[in-house]
Write a protein that binds this ligand. Structure first.
Ligand code: PHE
Length: 349
């Protein structure tokens, strides 16, 4: 017969205690059965008492009783704890944190940059708070010239610079024209696309006080209106899809001569103004007016240190917001929504 010493018994008890520490409490009921059930670890262990020598039996019994009590207490504790912690399925897939994305206008800016990069335009950015000189004066609009009224400008209160005048929140990206000529030290070729924030004192469903414009400027030898028209057509097709056409109408700007307003054909009625028997509700005329353009005025070239006898250029510029919201299927009827910061709105783009 194998005999069991008190030492053996203590070692076994210790081993079980340890094991219980390491067990994962997924189901306290199971643990209860495993340790204290009829065929559980405790009962198996207590069978060893048969093999303890008679003089040690009493102490062995006490050891086992004490162990049983401590087991019961521990298992009860575990079961209480388990009930108070909510059940977690560790194998369930996690909850995806909401991922943000670029603002629709940032997406449009990136797209516009890419479209012009393909035909060799360099993306630049010039100050959005700039001198009156770059926003107006260098563009053939001397102080007090009535044409300035077109740009409902925010002037910044502050010291007036003798050479550059007051500080303005740029009302258009045309302030980049002479700045780009200066950057290139009056040496064409220039192929610039300037995309930046602009500010004007007006706000309604089609205007926000802060908006964005993109401004193209090309200066080189032999540049003419056909290059301008070709560039506009190219942009129209790339941005709105094949078949979209551009149209230029005579207009007036101080800094271009001749000057034009630019329209794009409506991609819903394909420039016809009609859908079946009905008038196209989107454009009403077949065309959408988008912005201004023209051949760079010699005085502007002169301000940028470029010899207007050798070089000519064209420029165009208009709003990113307007360009973007004209896209088919967008149906944004109030552009102020773009800057409302409402995630429910922005999530749709
Ligand atoms: N800066 C003009 C505007 O805001 C647009 C324009 C740009 C016109 C370049 C001609 C040439 O309205």
């Amino acid at each position: 017969m194998v005999s069991v010493s008190l030492e053996d018994l203590k070692a076994k008890i210790h081993q079980l205690e340890q094991q219980l520490q390491e067990d994962q409490v997924l189901d306290p009921q199971k643990l209860q059965t495993q340790y204290l059930g009829k065929r559980g670890l405790f009962n198996t262990l207590s069978k060893a008492i048969k093999h303890v020598s008679p003089q040690d039996k009493r102490v062995a019994g006490q050891l086992l009783n004490a162990f049983k009590t401590s087991l019961q207490t521990r298992l009860q504790q575990l079961s209480d704890q388990h009930q108070s912690t909510p059940w977690v399925d560790l194998t369930a897939p996690g909850i995806q944190p909401p991922a943000g994305h670029l603002h629709p206008i940032s997406q449009a800016i990136e797209e516009i940059s890419r479209i012009f990069a393909k035909i060799g335009f360099t993306r630049v950015r010039y100050p959005e708070v700039d001198w009156d000189y770059y926003a107006f004066e260098s563009l053939n609009m001397p102080p007090n010239h009535p044409a300035r009224d077109e740009w409902e400008t925010f002037f910044v209160e502050g010291p007036v610079n003798k050479q550059y005048g007051k500080i303005v929140l740029t009302p258009h990206t045309s302030n980049g024209q002479v700045r780009e000529m200066e950057r290139l030290k009056g040496k064409p070729p220039i192929r610039m696309i300037n995309i930046a924030r602009c500010y004007r004192r007006q706000q309604d469903v089609t205007h926000t006080q802060m908006f964005h414009q993109f401004e193209g400027l090309v200066v080189d030898k032999g540049i003419n209106i056909q290059h301008l028209k070709g560039t506009l057509d190219y942009f129209a097709q790339e941005f709105y899809g094949p078949g979209t056409k551009s149209r230029i109408r005579p207009f007036h700007f101080q800094f271009t001569e001749p000057s034009f307003e630019v329209d794009f054909s409506c991609h819903i009625c394909h420039g016809t103004g009609q859908i079946g028997q009905r008038r196209c509700a989107f454009c009403k005329s077949g065309w959408h007016e988008v912005g201004g353009a023209g051949m760079v005025h010699p005085n502007v070239l002169k301000a940028g240190g470029i010899d207007s006898n050798q070089y000519t250029g064209f420029a165009f510029g208009w709003g990113v917001e307007r360009t973007y919201t004209l896209r088919e299927g967008l149906n944004i009827d109030d552009i102020r929504l773009l800057y409302s910061g409402d995630v429910r709105f922005l999530e749709q783009f």
